[in-house]
Design a protein around this ligand. Structure first.
Ligand code: URA
Length: 440
């Protein structure tokens, strides 16, 4: 079987056989197919798509390309979550402790930032001392002790996805439903949890820009999870505006602590409670309303914050940063961005805001770029807010002064101000389960 023929078959809209897909992934993982041919194949998939059968086989081939996590030593139901990526998305650091506080173990593997979106592992690494590449034994020990653990993808887990993900990032082939679905679900299947909740982001800061596209992606991922015997559901959540008010690594850990201390912004708190309740529901902890009450109580009792501190401690981190987040401090260089005119903020190009945070040093411009953990921004105004001319709409922070001006300009260009008040957008658009899509 020649790679050239497979590329041509897909380019012409053909359907690949199971054998062809499995051979393709196997040979790519072994380094027998060069990146230039795989890039051409991804572009063919981007334009021609894949059938459900092709996507299911691709997912399984990627999940089987390396080690798989065996969580059987951990008692009870194990739950996992995955976000398709956004700006200001620190939900894992809030949702996983809430779910753990409610007695359900969370064994989570997370990634680093991709493009304009932040990654949980980068955020966690702003906490001094924390280990994010745990061995299997350490991972299981932390889950048992703290109720939750978050680690980077272990050395040889889904190597096919690792290679493909990095390739797609630089070949404009990220935004493809079969490629995203197989990438996300291969990792989730290999990670071994019984329940999988998917947070499918939609809007200007997400890879999927419309609710329809996000629903199609969610349906595909839920079908793959369910077919593989995992209780799987998805919520489609708003990424047309950054989530919460703080963007950047230590700034986001700080905001996660605020939510768990009942002092967080309303949008972030509401989305996290909904995600946590859905995870608890999947794990069989009660009806949906009951699970929402459990999630709220985990915050008000302080137990969820204790779970986060325990996870940080068990992973070798300095938990005093969770108890006193002011210890993170602020980057030395600071700039206020002011509204150019009076009116309402009618829109935020959330991808633009994410890129502006990246320009400050919060994300990587290339895979090798170092991260400035204190870099980022605090949003003082968001979509729907009224502003006066000259009023501060955002505060930017960085350790490299020369980055401020360009990032500030990009930030301002990403915010639209007009005279008419915009309609309030939903935070959660839909729930997708085995039974179908339920618009909320
Ligand atoms: N997240 C993933 O894990 N994979 C993708 O392809 C996109 C988002």
């Amino acid at each position: 079987m020649r790679m050239y023929d497979l590329i041509m078959k897909k380019r012409n809209g053909g359907v690949l056989s199971e054998e062809e897909i499995r051979t393709l992934i196997d040979r790519y993982t072994k380094g027998e197919i060069p990146d230039y041919q795989m890039s051409a194949f991804c572009m063919a998939v981007y334009f021609q798509g894949m059938t459900d059968e092709e996507t299911a086989v691709l997912t399984d081939a990627m999940a089987c390309s390396g080690d798989r996590m065996d969580l059987s030593e951990i008692p009870g139901v194990k739950a996992d979550k995955h976000s398709t990526g956004g700006v200001g998305d620190k939900t894992t650091l809030i949702v996983a402790p809430i779910v753990a506080a409610c007695g359900c173990h969370v064994a989570k593997m997370s990634g680093r930032g991709l493009g304009h979106t932040g990654g949980t592992i980068d955020k966690m690494e702003s906490i001094p001392g924390i280990q994010t590449s745990l061995t299997r034994e350490a991972f299981i020990r932390v889950v048992k002790e703290a109720g939750l653990a978050v680690t980077g993808q272990s050395g040889n887990m889904t190597p096919a996805d690792k290679k493909l993900y990095a390739l797609r990032d630089v070949t404009a082939t990220v935004e493809s439903i079969p490629l995203i679905a197989s990438s996300v679900m291969s990792k989730k299947l290999a990670a071994g949890s019984d329940c999988i909740l998917l947070d499918v982001k939609t809007g200007s800061g997400a890879f999927m820009k419309t609710v329809e596209e996000s629903a199609a992606l969610a349906e595909k991922m839920v079908a793959i999870g369910t077919h593989n015997g995992r209780r799987t559901a998805a919520l489609i959540t708003n990424m047309d505006v950054p989530l919460g008010n703080q963007i950047g690594n230590s700034l986001e850990v700080e905001e996660a602590v605020q939510v768990l201390s009942q002092k967080g912004p309303q949008d972030l708190t509401e989305v996290c409670l909904a995600l946590a309740a859905e995870m608890l529901f999947l794990a069989g902890k009660g009806g949906r309303e009951e699970c929402l009450v459990l999630a709220r109580n985990a915050i008000t009792s302080g137990e969820a914050l204790e779970r986060l501190a325990a996870m940080v401690r068990c992973q070798g981190g300095d938990e005093t940063y969770i108890r006193h987040p002011e210890k993170f401090g602020r980057a030395p260089f600071f700039m206020e961005v002011r509204a150019a005119s009076a009116g309402y903020i009618t829109g935020m190009n959330t991808e633009g805001i994410g890129i502006s945070a990246m320009m400050l040093g919060a994300g990587r411009e290339t895979k090798e770029s170092p991260i400035d953990y204190q870099a980022g921004m605090i949003l003082k105004k968001k979509t729907g807010d009224r502003v006066a001319a000259g009023e501060v709409i955002g505060e930017l922070f960085t350790s490299q002064e020369e980055r401020l001006e360009k990032a500030g300009r990009h930030f301002l260009e990403s915010v639209t101000i007009a005279s008419a008040m915009p309609e309030k957008e939903k935070l959660i658009y839909a729930r997708v389960t085995e039974a179908g899509i339920e618009y909320l």
